[in-house]
Design a protein. Structure first.
Length: 255
């Protein structure tokens, strides 16, 4: 362990409040399929073409099928070592929040309790008219299914509970994320490029309020140069070792 990493371990072990911001890199090691399978049904479409309200209203069956296709891929994935390490870190420190830009539900599957979802959750769906929760059946992903899924209560169209292009982030989620960032003693950026706003403001907000800022990313991100430490490794490699060291520092007798 380098001296800089040792300082991060010290900071985490002493912290009252630890906040983590995760991006796509945090789930990369879980093997979640990309939006377009090279040989798949959705090869001809881009996310920008389908992940918006206009596309949904123009062709709800197509958009529902694309999201069900993505749901199936995510349901077949499992939390990786990075997700599990963050769950353990939550158990070690007094106050913890995981703010995620991901929609894959893997933090919750790993057992993390306080997850703030900035972009929603692809596993959930709801009616655009009455708001009733709904589930997209696997049959909606069939290429020849002509009818969109509609609400059992009011007949409204069912959409995934995710933030689409052109939509604002959930006000409660971003307000909670900002409050946690301001209170953080240590703020970890994990697998995020830190270029998508307003999420990219969160590590800077934490830094402005005195947090120890660390970047966990195999690549250089927009926040790497501002962080006190950059752990240049995938989350599944860096986080288990980091959390193990924090646990040993907090409770040496159990190590």
């Amino acid at each position: 362990m380098t001296s800089v990493s040792a300082k991060l371990v010290d900071a985490l072990a002493a912290a009252e409040t630890v906040v983590v911001l995760t991006g796509a890199g945090a789930s990369a090691e879980s093997g979640i399929a990309t939006f377009r399978d090279p040989d798949g049904l959705w090869e001809q479409f881009s996310p920008e073409e389908l992940a918006n309200v206009e596309a949904f209203l123009d062709n709800p069956t197509l958009v529902q099928g694309w999201y069900r296709y993505r749901q199936v891929a995510i349901e077949e994935a499992a939390p990786n070592a990075g997700h599990r390490a963050l769950t353990r870190l939550e158990q070690l420190v007094p106050r913890f929040a995981c703010i995620t830009q991901n929609v894959d539900n893997l933090h919750q599957e790993a057992g993390t309790e306080r997850v703030i979802e900035l972009h929603g959750n692809i596993i959930r769906s709801y009616c655009i008219d009455c708001g009733e929760p709904h589930t997209l059946d696997a049959s909606v992903a069939a290429d020849d299914d002509p009818e969109p899924v509609r609400c059992d209560e009011c007949g409204g169209l069912i959409r995934p509970d995710v933030v689409w292009f052109g939509e604002r982030l959930p006000p409660d989620a971003i307000a909670s994320a900002n409050a946690w960032a301001r209170d953080a003693d240590v703020f970890l950026c994990v697998g995020t490029s830190a270029v998508v706003f307003p999420a990219a403001d969160l590590p800077l907000e934490a830094l402005d309020h005195g947090a120890y800022l660390a970047d966990v990313n195999p690549d250089t991100s927009a926040v790497s140069g501002k962080a006190q430490v950059h752990l240049q490794a995938p989350a599944g490699e860096a986080l288990p070792a980091l959390v193990e060291a924090v646990a040993a520092r907090i409770n040496p007798e159990a190590a």
